[in-house]
Design a protein around this ligand. Structure first.
Ligand SMILES: [Zn+2]
Length: 204
């Protein structure tokens, strides 16, 4: 399969009318608290459903943002610059879609422009848009690379993510110290071993 063929995932489809209200979400959190054996009415817990809902709003804020719009403003006065740009060590805070447990790690995002570049903070914001959703790391890595490739149309894109999954460090098989490394290489990063090596040398 051609690795460049994919559906660009801007925003997952969601009917706003079917979205639960904040009150419903708080009630669901209250149910979970009761289920643990706790009393949701005791002083320390009475505000917890509202706080958890507020936290979730932040954890999953990526659903309300459009990564394509973030990348659409580009700069073309680049004096023919056609070498690699690498944004290193971007903090990743995400949640796995299987357990809703934290995924904490770092991303390295590189591209070789073809006539235009994007503000570097925009690369970090695209990482965040996809991280602030329910994720699996492989999909998140591909989404970031695909979006940069589709919108910026560079000569190539490389994305590496290295992250710890709390669903396997603090629960389940309990293997602290493990991390998962994923990568997605497109264009010249996929076709040229030298370009890929240069990126890996800078990144890791
Ligand atoms: Zn998980």
């Amino acid at each position: 399969m051609n690795p460049n063929v994919h559906m660009l995932d801007r925003r997952p489809p969601r009917a706003e009318t079917s979205r639960p209200s904040r009150t419903e979400v708080e009630a669901a959190v209250r149910t979970i608290i009761r289920w643990t054996g706790e009393d949701p009415d005791r002083d320390g817990l009475v505000e917890t459903p509202a706080r958890v809902t507020h936290s979730f709003e932040e954890f999953f804020s990526g659903y309300s943002q459009d990564p394509v719009a973030i990348l659409e403003k580009t700069f073309e006065e680049i004096e023919g610059y056609d070498e690699m740009s690498v944004l290193r060590d971007i903090r990743i805070e995400s949640h796995c879609e299987h357990h809703m447990a934290p995924i904490i790690g770092r991303a390295w995002v590189a591209y070789i422009p073809d006539g235009r570049v994007v503000g570097i903070s925009k690369l970090a914001r695209v990482v965040d848009v996809y991280a602030k959703r329910l994720q699996i790391q492989e999909k998140m890595t591909a989404q970031i690379a695909n979006t940069i490739n589709d919108v910026l149309k560079p000569q190539g894109v490389g994305v590496i993510i290295k992250a710890t999954h709390h669903c396997m460090t603090t629960r389940g098989v309990h293997k602290p110290g493990t991390d998962l490394v994923t990568s997605r290489m497109l264009g010249c990063f996929r076709d040229s071993a030298l370009t890929r090596q240069e990126f890996l040398g800078i990144a890791v």
